[in-house]
Design a protein around this ligand. Structure first.
Ligand code: ADP
Length: 305
């Protein structure tokens, strides 16, 4: 459905996207996972036709996406990272404006606005000005506004930043339902939990490049280790951690460290080393490595930094 061929986007001397190629099929829930500044919003804005690439090409159903062509904008919905609503106006007035921008009129407009208010769980607040809404309510309204014209592709640019868990969950469930009903979704996030829960395929993006792309399972098989061991970052574990780094990958966090032992470093050796530092086994939690470990392994960076 959507193809990017060797797309490069520069802002002056800064290369925000560097030779990115990507194919997304109809019906996918596709994740773009990367830290702030990775290039996710830039990629979204190129797909939405809001900016033009310096090199490369983008096509939607075989037709070139150009910033001059309004047909691109009709085919897709963009949920921008920053909330784009008129604060002084009510939820209903905001939706009417967005609907009219997309050419909706009369009964169709009224029905779509009503449906959107229901979907955002804001029907009872329809006449209240948006400035009286919580962050989560504004995010929900922002999302349904992008869907009024029934686009075939939805671009969600970090749509859950700064909201409460309840609204986050409501957004997840709504997006999952839309995807089940056939909507293709591209979802950018720096939360690996979101990519893990929502996305059928995930591209790991950093410094404008796609470092890996696949299903969660495919990404996990790229790791040279099969376990993740977590332990507390305490003064007592400092000399142990220093020695451990020779036997695998150690990701130091503020509260907890995560260690990924090399395949040839057995757990028995790990526990023997811990014992020699007088660290009891109960300090350690062993689990399957996460997407975060893939990110760290591929980019050398911690996603949460
Ligand atoms: P992300 O969405 O992953 O946080 P962005 O696409 O917003 O990343 O940014 C990628 C890089 O491009 C960053 O280094 C950012 O500072 C830079 N950038 C983004 N937009 C602009 C702009 N309009 N002008 C100059 N630099 C920009």
């Amino acid at each position: 459905m959507l193809s990017l061929h060797s797309v490069t986007k520069r802002y002056g001397a800064l290369t925000a996207l560097d030779d990115v190629s990507l194919d997304i099929a109809r019906g996918e829930f596709f994740g773009l996972l990367g830290p702030n500044g990775a290039g996710k919003s830039t990629l979204m804005s190129l797909v939405a036709g809001l900016r033009a690439p310096n090199a490369g090409a983008l096509t939607l159903d075989g037709v070139a996406i150009t910033s001059a062509d309004p047909s691109t904008r009709i085919a897709l919905g963009l949920v921008p990272q920053s909330i784009a609503l008129y604060e002084e106006l009510s939820a209903e007035q905001n939706l009417r404006i967005f609907g009219e921008l997309y050419g909706l009129r009369g009964t169709t407009l009224r029905q779509r606005v009503d449906g959107a208010l229901e979907a955002a769980q804001l029907a009872d607040r329809r006449r209240d000005p948006v400035k009286t809404f919580s962050g989560g309510m504004q995010r929900r309204l922002n999302l349904v506004a992008a869907l009024l014209h029934r686009p075939k592709l939805l671009l969600c640019d970090e749509p859950t930043v700064g909201i409460d868990p309840q609204s986050r969950n409501a957004i997840f469930e709504y997006l999952e339902r839309l995807n089940r009903e056939g909507l293709t979704i591209i979802y950018s996030t720096h939360y690996m939990e979101e990519a893990t829960r929502l996305c059928s395929r995930i591209a790991i993006i950093d410094h404008g490049r796609i470092h890996a792309l696949g299903t969660l399972d495919e990404l996990l098989t790229r790791l040279p280790f099969e376990e993740e061991i977590e332990f507390p970052a305490k003064p007592a574990t400092v000399p142990f951690a220093a020695q451990l780094a020779a036997y695998g990958e150690l990701a130091k966090g503020e509260g907890r460290h995560r260690f990924h032992p090399r395949a040839d470093y057995p757990l028995s050796a790990f526990y023997a080393l811990a014992e020699s530092h007088a660290l009891p086994p109960r300090l350690f939690t062993i689990s399957r490595p996460s997407l975060e470990a893939v990110f760290l392994h591929l980019t050398g960076r911690n996603l949460r930094e």
